[in-house]
Design a protein around this ligand. Structure first.
Ligand code: UD1
Length: 417
């Protein structure tokens, strides 16, 4: 069943429970390689990317019990430093195995990571960071082979480009290095704070995570511990868009409004009525047609690239003309041709799109190309006129837990065919 059948013309209303963050859970899972003691992780989302990460850890020798969104991980028996390439290829996050394997074994060999084809996605900053701390790295036959002869030494590292991935790689390597490491021009995403919080629970000394300078004082050993994964801000944003495009009212529960400030600002510019509480966000479009908004993606606390396709859908059925500029990835407009098939008026120019709102989208057979665009096309199907079929649905399963089921509870009619 690799297709979705979606009945259109739906208004989406009601409550939805937000799952744990994919992009926090994945690095945290791989950081468990840094300790030999038991770890308990809760609020783990049920996603295919997470399943691949669990398989990867098990393939190294970790013992994992998986019950109802809680993982009990015993990493003491991990005894392999070269994870199977067929699993590494499946997810981008597998790059985060490099640093903990290197620290644990003094050597690591991993295949080049996979993930969404949304741009070139080099890993040079990860590797340069590890080299700056004292690692030796060779690239051969699509493998990265890293080694250290003596313990890594803390350094001042200025990232030439803000990178979530490289910040996490360097931060994790520095936890067990000798002395102080400073990461300047660091990424500030909530997921970075969550990884730092997890590592500190295990005994690491990290301060400044969430700002552009992170200080890590190396310790000799990490212990075990318990950590709860933060809510997924991109899943939250996607459900808020579902309310806005269908002129409905959705309350996202178990979320963290502080992580969505920029997204909420843009949504309120569309005319949506937004209320927030400690762990919930309510968006009520009050039957109104949204106003189109201009977007420019930048690293956190700027507007997230992972919400760019969903806002393009919103703009395509909103009043007025808008521009969306994509500054992070080179190839993140693949979904636009599918929206055009549905009647959207969008022009792609280099790294930006110009969108003129239309009154209605019309159902078509669609092909999703990556994670966020697949969620966008599914939402488009919910509001289009007629029956939409979305192909390649393995993409949404990587990052949206029970997406059709959650949407159906809000009033959609989506079936697997
Ligand atoms: C992570 C997220 C992804 C999100 C992105 C930006 C995960 C699994 N993925 O991806 O959902 O869209 O952050 O918020 O958490 N770059 C380099 N060299 C490097 C690393 C990155 O040039 O070594 C470039 C990238 O090509 C991109 C920019 O830096 O243009 C930002 O990438 P980065 O923040 O590292 O994204 P990811 O960690 O891949």
């Amino acid at each position: 069943m690799n297709k979705l059948y979606i009945e259109g013309n739906k208004k989406l209303n009601g409550n939805v429970l937000i799952s744990g963050s994919k992009n926090a859970a994945l690095p945290i899972l791989f950081m468990t390689i840094l300790t030999k003691e038991k770890i308990e992780l809760s609020n783990i989302p049920k996603l295919t990317d997470i399943r691949v990460a669990i398989k990867l850890l098990r393939s190294l020798g970790a013992k994992i019990v998986n019950t109802n969104k809680i993982l009990y991980i015993d990493p003491s028996a991990i005894n392999i430093y070269c994870p199977p390439y067929n699993l590494i290829k499946e997810i981008r996050a597998s790059i985060w195995m490099l640093s903990p394997l290197l620290i644990r074994f003094g050597k690591a060999k991993i295949f080049f990571p996979g993930g969404c084809k949304i741009g070139l996605r080099p890993i040079d900053l990860h590797l340069k960071g590890l080299i700056a701390l004292g690692a030796k790295i060779v690239q051969k036959d699509n493998y990265i082979i890293a080694s250290i002869l003596k313990p890594l030494k803390g350094k001042y590292i200025h990232l030439e480009k803000i990178s979530v991935g490289a910040t996490i790689t360097i931060m994790s390597a520095a936890t067990l290095a000798e002395g102080l490491t400073i990461i300047a021009n660091a990424a500030q995403e909530p997921e970075i704070i969550d990884v730092a919080k997890f590592l500190n629970t295990l005994g690491a000394h990290i301060t400044g995570a969430g700002s552009n300078k992170i200080y890590i004082t190396g310790v000799l050993k990490l212990n075990g511990g318990y950590h709860k994964i933060i809510p997924d801000r991109i899943e939250t944003g996607t459900f808020l868009i579902a309310a806005a495009i269908s002129k409905g009212c959705i309350i996202c529960n178990d979320t963290e409004p502080k992580h969505l400030e920029n997204i909420l600002q843009k949504l309120s510019e569309t005319g949506a009525h937004i209320q927030t509480g400690k762990d919930w966000i309510k968006l009520n479009m009050q039957e109104k047609i949204p106003k189109a908004v201009n977007i420019s993606t930048t690293p956190y606390p700027g507007f997230p690239t992972d919400m760019q396709p969903q806002f393009a859908l919103l703009n395509s059925i909103s009043k007025g003309e808008s521009i969306i500029i994509e500054n992070i990835f080179e190839n993140r407009f693949a979904y636009v041709k599918e929206l055009i098939k549905m009647g959207a008026k969008i022009k792609i120019k280099n790294n930006y799109i110009i969108c003129k709102g239309v009154q209605k989208l019309f159902s078509k057979t669609l092909f999703s190309t990556d994670l966020r665009s697949s969620a966008t096309l599914i939402l488009a199907g919910c509001i289009a006129k007629g029956i939409t079929v979305v192909n390649n649905i393995h993409h949404f399963k990587r990052g949206y837990e029970s997406f059709p089921k959650k949407l159906n509870k809000l009033g959609a009619n989506i079936k697997y065919i």
